[in-house]
Design a protein around this ligand. Structure first.
Ligand SMILES: [Zn+2]
Length: 119
C-alpha cells in the first residue's frame, strides 16, 4: 500500500524554514466564499495561518471546483505584505469527463504580513 505523503513546499522541501529562509514570522488570513454560497459556517470560510501552519495550498470550498484553490506559499513569496483579492482559477468541470466547465466563481480575500527579521 502506497502512503500519500504531504505535498512538498514549493516542490522541493517540506521544511517551511527552508522554503522561507529570510522570513521570521508570517501572519496570514484567507477568507473565501464571502457570500456564503458554498459554506454555511464562517469557520469553513476563514482560515488563519502562521509560518509553521502555512499550507502550500488552500482548498477552494466550492464542491464542484476542480484544479482551483489558492497557492498560499507562492503568494507570500511573490507579493508584498497587504490585502489582496484573488479569483479562484479552478473550473466546474464534470468529474467524469474531461470537459472543462464554467470558471469557478469563488474568490479569496487574503491578508498577510511578514516579519522578515533583519532589516
Ligand atoms: Zn474554486
Amino acid at each position: 500500500m502506497i502512503k500519500r505523503t504531504s505535498e512538498p513546499f514549493l516542490g522541493t522541501t517540506t521544511d517551511v524554514n527552508r522554503a522561507f529562509p529570510d522570513v521570521e514570522a508570517i501572519d496570514m488570513m484567507v477568507a473565501q466564499d464571502l457570500y456564503g454560497y458554498y459554506c454555511q459556517q464562517e469557520s469553513q470560510r476563514v482560515n488563519s495561518f502562521t509560518k509553521s501552519s502555512l499550507p502550500s495550498h488552500v482548498r477552494c470550498v466550492n464542491p464542484r471546483c476542480q484544479q482551483g484553490g489558492l497557492p498560499t506559499q507562492n503568494i507570500v513569496l511573490f507579493h508584498e505584505d497587504g490585502e489582496y483579492d484573488f479569483a479562484c482559477n479552478g473550473h466546474e468541470g464534470s468529474p467524469a469527463g474531461r470537459r472543462k466547465g464554467d470558471p469557478c466563481d469563488n474568490r479569496f480575500k487574503v491578508m498577510f504580513c511578514i516579519d522578515r527579521g533583519k532589516k
